[in-house]
Design a binder for this molecule. Structure first.
Ligand code: SF4
Length: 150
């Protein structure tokens, strides 16, 4: 009997989590008030229920969460594009990332992934960034590092 092959996403999980670690101790990991039941709560934080009243409750939950600062940082640097994090939906984060300087964001993501040992083709695969842009970002960050040392 042969062992099942690991999916590529499982294989890369350690590298991808090195980019940013999801916060521990979040209030949303236990049952909180304001949701009809635990499943509905889970669906809202999983980004599968965008009922305005429930989202308002999720925002209030995040505002009182001791892990809010870490969660906000995770939301900014991770590649998460589905879940409700740090009081924001994935769509809201995507809109604000579009307004923010895109290039700076891409450079930060590329640099973190390379530091974690992810190859350029895999960065392209996971982020959708063009290979040329990734190579240019890495070359630029090398130049910046050299300039800082000199
Ligand atoms: S800030 Fe919100 S999403 Fe993040 S851990 Fe806390 S309750 Fe969960």
């Amino acid at each position: 009997m042969s062992l099942p092959r690991r999916h590529v996403a499982d294989y890369f999980y350690p590298e991808l989590t090195a980019i940013a670690v999801a916060p521990h101790g979040g209030v949303c990991s236990s049952e909180v008030t304001g949701f009809p039941d635990r499943q509905v709560q889970q669906a809202v934080f999983d980004g599968e229920n965008d009922d305005p009243g429930l989202l308002a409750n999720a925002r209030a939950t995040c505002a009182a969460c001791p892990a809010l600062a870490a969660c906000r940082q995770f939301a900014e640097v991770s590649l998460d594009d589905t879940t409700f994090l740090a009081g924001t939906t994935a769509e809201e984060r995507s809109l604000s990332a579009r307004r923010a300087p895109r290039t700076r964001h891409r450079r930060a993501v590329v640099e973190r992934m390379r530091r974690a040992g992810v190859t350029i083709p895999d960065i392209t695969f996971y982020t959708g960034y063009p290979t040329r842009s990734i190579e240019a970002d890495l070359a630029r960050s090398e130049r910046d590092k050299t300039a800082r040392i000199a």
